[in-house]
Design a protein. Structure first.
Length: 180
């Protein structure tokens, strides 16, 4: 049974897009953190430590997979945020602090939510090339130049998230090298 599960997981990973893998990593980190909170409440400290370590490993993998060359400032900001998250998880592990875990869950969930909206659109754009100039005919995308120079882009604010556009989507996808 174990071999069948491993074969299924291996097939799933190899047939999944980069964007979907990214979402799977976010979901796994959140799952491990939620389970760790339960283990803290149950006073099962060994299991709590293992689960927090797994969440840290996933977040470290997210950090390592950033494409800093293509992602630029967004990738750098995400890297710093992931380091912060791992630091908070280490503190939570030492102090048995569910509040610190909740803080990291909120951060990771916010990023995951943003990417869940971005990734399908970016992958669709990669499949069908888009025109990106304002004077083209119908079916084209009008790129707002203010998005290109927005230094805060890349980190979810939780309020009034702008509607996706081509430049923003490509910038965010480049942080992980999901754009071609």
């Amino acid at each position: 049974m174990q071999k069948a599960a491993q074969a299924y997981l291996s097939t799933q990973v190899h047939t999944t897009s980069k964007g979907e893998l990214l979402i799977m990593l976010y979901d796994a980190a959140i799952k491990f953190m939620k389970q760790a909170k339960i283990k803290i409440d149950e006073k099962d400290f060994a299991a709590k430590g293992i689960l927090i370590s797994k969440a840290i490993e996933v977040i470290s993998e997210l950090t390592a997979s950033l494409n800093k060359e293509k992602g630029g400032e967004i990738a750098e900001n995400l890297s710093k945020l992931y380091i912060y998250c791992n630091t908070r998880l280490l503190q939570a592990n030492l102090k048995m602090d569910n509040e610190k875990i909740d803080e990291v869950i909120r951060i990771i969930d916010g990023i995951a939510s943003a990417y869940k909206e971005i990734i399908p659109t970016v992958e669709a754009q990669n499949a069908v090339p888009l025109q990106t100039h304002a004077s083209s005919s119908s079916g084209s995308t009008n790129v707002n130049a203010s998005f290109v120079n927005d230094p805060g882009y890349g980190l979810p604010t939780g309020q009034n998230m702008p509607t996706p556009n081509t430049m923003r989507l490509k910038k965010a996808a480049n942080a992980y090298g999901t754009s071609r």
